[in-house]
Design a protein around this ligand. Structure first.
Ligand code: FEO
Ligand code: CA
Ligand code: CA
Ligand code: CA
Length: 640
């Protein structure tokens, strides 16, 4: 099953909780026009407040050169929408495919054979469907920009390309245990040491750090839900040693140089036996949408069959997993304090006092946005042998109609999170994060995807990819129904303190076919895009926006950059299209080397639903997800 060609599992609402009270307020008073006008007024206030509120002299009165740089952040020529089977970038830039699915990185370094590799070989090759990604600088060059570790998520598989090299998936009856193991090996995460041999020409290093993490890698639980009654299984009665990570979508990076990978649509891989189940187990199955026997894993791997007397294996997924990419022997750790949802993004921001704040969304229609705030300074916690990701408070967001917002703490014993309501302890709150957030009255959102904190303004940007569910409730923060094109919301934490429980938000933009189309989009016609997903603010302040889903005029998925310092005079930021993807792909995952002269961007699932042969490496015509290395011909900073 493919996400894009069949019913997208994220488009099904399993949130039947009562509407938060303010949704009614919105229905009474909101017209889109007034919401937008209010939003823009707040935006103007942000800019002023940011300048006035900063203590640094330079920020109080930015110098002429800084103003000029900010006005000219997007120095390249925008490119048109893309329709072909090649990646396009602006004049003066180069793009080349790198580490496609199947690239040998380990062990016997088995060569890629379309439809021909074994499961054991796939365990020594780069996985399928590249998504979230980070470059950990680790070698020579300006700030380690010529050698480092590329860590890449592998979200899911197209079973046809995986097993036969063609678009057609094998029949269910033809599946074997070997095929299931291969599919499981194509999931997870790759750690690959890479080196720039010539400008723009990167190679895989045969490094002892290279690693594949798959659906079967031994892991640990930590935090309040480790060992909880809800994560114990027959195979792991202590509930402390989960196995594997799947559907690894977006990601995060900690200041102590570890990688956070998010478990998104884990629910679809399980088969649910008829039961009957306890009301609690049934509620978990329903709210998290467990079921589907995706890729026929359950048929050949009992771990993925849920039964009434061993129902907890799905509860061992849906976490944020911490990986130390510099220690290939280290066990990945599922950090339960960050909650259990269909995580998309675990963006880490460090407060002035050294606390870490992790922003994370739950990518399903009508689900919520969260942040975790560590209990103390991360350095001191680590020095005492404790993880900053195990101790702290998880919050869920309420976006009020008036442009203010509140972070509601998911703390057992408060706000109705009590035994009477089904939460015996903090572990229950975390395993049942979605239910707990509903009790608190969080705001239902249009599929939260990636989060990024802007390095200069401190503004938090969140993509809301789309929502066409009939169960959607209009709110000021999610103003269009239906919302097939998505939007980007942003907020400023009160006092500039990311640990604050109050914030002020506005709508950065509403995506779509462009202002003249009448679809409610706020962007210019030439900047048309839909289904924003990946988002990343680079060190200079460009906001890179990536898409996954329907694009205007049937175009391919794409990446654009926005300059939040410059408006186009009609209520949108300046935007320029930078990158267009290939047939059937999404564009996801973006990072540069520290010197910003190499950018890595992922093409995921080329050829899904629409034929593709990209990247055509070595004459291979089976489409393969891959990282694209983008460089500027003059060796300059990407985006200038
Ligand atoms: Fe895997 Fe929500 O995109
Ligand atoms: Ca995504
Ligand atoms: Ca996707
Ligand atoms: Ca998506």
């Amino acid at each position: 099953m493919s996400i894009e060609t069949d019913v997208d599992p994220d488009d099904i609402s399993t949130n039947s909780s009562e509407a938060p009270a303010f949704a009614e307020i919105v229905e009474r008073r909101a017209s889109r026009r007034s919401v937008l006008a209010g939003g823009m007024a707040v935006a103007a206030g942000f800019m002023t407040a940011n300048r006035a509120g900063s203590s640094a002299a330079a920020a109080d009165n930015p110098g002429a050169s800084r103003r000029r740089k900010r006005a000219n952040l997007l120095g390249y020529s925008a490119i048109p929408l893309g329709y072909g089977d090649e990646v396009e970038v602006p004049p003066g830039y180069n793009a080349r495919a790198f580490i496609p699915w199947g690239t040998p990185i380990l062990g016997s370094f088995p060569a890629f054979v379309p439809g021909g590799n074994t499961a054991a070989q796939q365990e020594e090759q780069v996985g399928m469907h590249h998504d979230g990604m980070h470059y950990f600088a680790g070698g020579p060059g300006p700030r380690g920009s010529e050698r480092g570790l590329l860590v890449v998520n592998h979200e899911y598989t197209d079973e046809g390309y995986l097993h036969t090299g063609t678009m057609t998936a094998p029949a269910k009856a033809s599946y074997t245990p070997e095929m299931v193991r291969k599919s499981q090996a194509a999931h997870g995460v790759s750690v690959v040491e890479i080196r720039e041999e010539n400008p723009g020409d990167w190679a895989v290093v045969r490094s002892r750090l290279n690693r594949r993490i798959t659906a079967n890698t031994p892991m640990s639980f930590s935090g309040p839900a480790a060992g909880s009654r809800l994560v114990r299984t027959d195979a792991d009665p202590a509930g402390t040693t989960p196995r594997g990570t799947i559907n690894n979508c977006s990601h995060g990076v900690t200041p102590w140089n570890t990688y956070l990978t998010c478990e998104e649509n884990f629910n679809g891989y399980f088969r649910v036996d008829p039961g009957p189940y306890t009301p609690e187990d049934q509620a978990l199955i329903s709210r998290y949408g467990v079921g589907g026997d995706r890729n026929n894993w359950a048929t050949h791997d009992d771990r993925f069959t849920v039964t009434a007397d061993d129902a907890n294996e799905p509860n061992r997924f849906g976490w944020v997993v911490e990986i130390d990419p510099f220690d290939p022997q280290s066990r990945p750790v599922k950090r339960t304090a960050l909650g259990r949802v269909k995580h998309e993004s675990a963006y880490v921001h460090t407060t002035k006092g050294g606390r870490v704040v992790v922003y994370t969304g739950d990518d399903q229609v009508n689900e919520y946005v969260y942040k975790f705030v560590s209990a103390g300074n991360w350095n001191s916690l680590l020095a005492r042998g404790r993880s900053p990701l195990d101790e702290g408070t998880l919050y869920v967001a309420r976006f009020n109609d008036d442009g203010s917002g509140t972070w509601l703490p998911l703390v057992h014993g408060t706000g109705g999170l009590t035994a009477e309501n089904g939460f015996a302890d903090q572990a229950d709150v975390l395993v049942k994060t979605r239910m707990a957030a509903s009790v608190l009255g969080a705001t239902r959102m249009d599929r939260p995807e990636w989060v990024s904190v802007h390095p200069q303004t401190g503004m938090v940007y969140l993509t809301l990819t789309n929502n066409t569910s009939s169960a959607k409730q209009i709110s000021a923060a999610n103003p269009r129904k239906p919302n097939p094109w998505g939007h980007i919301i942003r907020w400023r934490e009160r006092g500039g303190d990311h640990a604050s429980t109050a914030f002020d938000w506005d709508l950065f933009l509403l995506a779509g076919q462009g202002r003249s189309s009448g679809d409610g989009s706020t962007i210019a016609d030439e900047d048309a895009f839909g289904s924003p997903d990946g988002i990343w603010s680079d060190p200079d302040g460009r906001v890179w926006i990536q898409t996954d889903g329907t694009q205007p005029l049937g175009a391919n998925d794409q990446m654009l950059a926005a300059n939040p310092y410059v408006t186009d005079g009609q209520g949108a930021p300046e935007i320029k299209r930078f990158f267009t993807g290939v047939s059937g792909c999404e564009v996801t995952g973006v990072i540069t080397t520290p010197d910003q002269r190499t950018m890595f961007v992922n093409i995921q699932h080329p050829g899904e639903g629409t034929p593709s042969q990209w990247p055509r490496d070595d004459g291979i015509t089976t489409p393969r997800s891959a990282t694209v290395v983008v460089t500027k011909e003059d060796g300059g900073v990407i985006g200038t």
